[in-house]
Design a protein around this ligand. Structure first.
Ligand code: NAD
Ligand code: UDP
Length: 341
């Protein structure tokens, strides 16, 4: 019996961005299988009963082969990675292993099985300190940490695989993922949490004593760093578009996913105070090593190639749902995994 190749393998689908994308895919009636080690993921983040969660590692070729045999995947969406920039500096091999070497093993199985569509979670960290703003895809890619380098290496590998065996890929360079599903059913639960918006909210709920602002002497209007915060559901939407583009025979692409709007750390704090009605306890500290002053996307290419534009550009649209998630009885945390990692 021939298995129809309509199923999609989503690695890291029990994580933050992956789970929002899986939910959108499942809502569109797509057959989805999630492969996640649950090292950082949450089994309860997979809320659609039709989605199969397989607990395992992307680099486990026997497991991945068996999944291909069972489902004959039409495409792979690859979120699985480690994403702590600071840790990547102190433990680079962990990042090159998980973020570069493991995907190579996955790609080997894809080649064996004839699967030629790959959507990849890349990052604005591949640009390093931008040579000009806003950042277009023509900016130089000079990562300043092993995390960014580990992702850029995969971009290059994907391009070589396209030349060699016709793998078509979409490298989606996300800026700062934020917010969550407005119904509060799934959200951002990283442990440890290092991202700004959840940490500001954690300072409001008392989970941390105060928010430390990393640097107030940047060459920006208020002295704090500027980032481009993109809603996680807009990111999810871009993945569907990238999948559809490649599945229809479209060429490989690389594009930024951001709003094009820069928001400073102080502006985030003000937005949180406005939405929660509470004062954020703040301490002003030194710069965090490796933080560029401003990272803002030019998202024009994603519009041109995928017809994608961010539907939410106001920072309150990211902070509002994040606050709903963080102020619910679960306080922004999933219950412990039922399945062990
Ligand atoms: P996350 O940690 O919430 O999700 C990653 C998931 O991958 C986790 O569930 C983890 O258990 C799983 N995983 C890790 N290594 C694995 C492996 N070898 N095999 C199987 N599963 C594995 O991270 P996220 O914030 O959702 O980010 C998703 C992707 O997007 C990552 O590749 C990250 O580098 C990239 N990215 C994130 C952001 C952001 O702002 N969050 C920005 C740019 C790029
Ligand atoms: N930031 C901060 N305090 C924190 C966490 C982050 O001042 O506790 C700043 C950080 O220096 C950066 C911005 O907030 O300028 C966004 O940081 P985040 O870690 O969320 O994302 P990154 O841009 O590093 O991927």
């Amino acid at each position: 019996m021939t298995i129809p190749n309509t199923a999609i393998l989503v690695t890291g689908g029990a994580g933050y961005i992956g789970s929002h994308t899986v939910r959108l895919l499942a809502g569109l009636g797509r057959k989805v299988v999630v492969l996640d080690s649950l090292v950082f993921g949450h089994d309860r983040a997979i809320i659609d009963p039709d989605v199969e969660l397989v607990v395992g590692d992307v680099g486990d070729q026997d497991l991945v082969r068996s999944l291909f045999k069972k489902h004959n995947f039409a495409a792979v969406v690859h979120f699985a990675a480690y994403a702590y920039v600071g840790e990547s500096v102190t433990n680079p091999l962990k990042y090159y292993q998980n973020n570069t070497a493991e995907p190579i093993k996955l790609l080997q199985v894809m080649q064996e099985c004839g699967c030629k569509v790959f959507v990849f979670s890349s990052t604005c960290a591949t640009y390093g300190v931008p040579d000009k703003l806003p950042i277009t895809e023509a900016n130089q890619q000079n990562p300043i940490n092993p995390y960014g380098q580990s992702k850029l290496m995969v971009e290059k590998i994907l391009s070589d695989c396209d030349n060699a065996w016709g793998l078509r890929s979409a490298c989606l360079r996300y800026f700062n993922a934020s917010g969550c599903s407005p119904d509060g059913k799934i959200g951002e639960d990283h442990n440890p949490e290092t991202h700004l918006i959840p940490r500001v909210l954690m300072a409001v709920t008392g989970e941390i004593e105060y928010l430390e602002v990393f640097g107030t002497d940047y060459d920006t209007p208020d002295g704090t760093c500027i980032r481009d915060y993109i809603h996680v559901e807009d990111l999810a939407d871009a993945h569907i578009r990238a999948l559809d583009h490649l599945s229809a025979g479209g060429e490989s692409l690389r594009c930024n996913l951001g709003t094009g709007v820069g928001v400073s750390v102080k502006e985030i704090i003000s937005a949180v105070e406005e939405i929660t009605g509470k004062t954020v306890p703040v301490k002003y500290g030194p710069r965090r090593a490796g933080d560029p002053a401003s990272l803002v996307a030019d998202p024009a290419l994603a519009k041109e190639l995928l017809g994608w534009v961010a539907s939410r550009k106001n920072i309150r649209d990211m902070v509002g749902p994040a606050w709903t998630w963080m102020s619910a009885p679960n306080r922004g945390r999933y219950p412990p995994n039922l399945i062990s990692a």
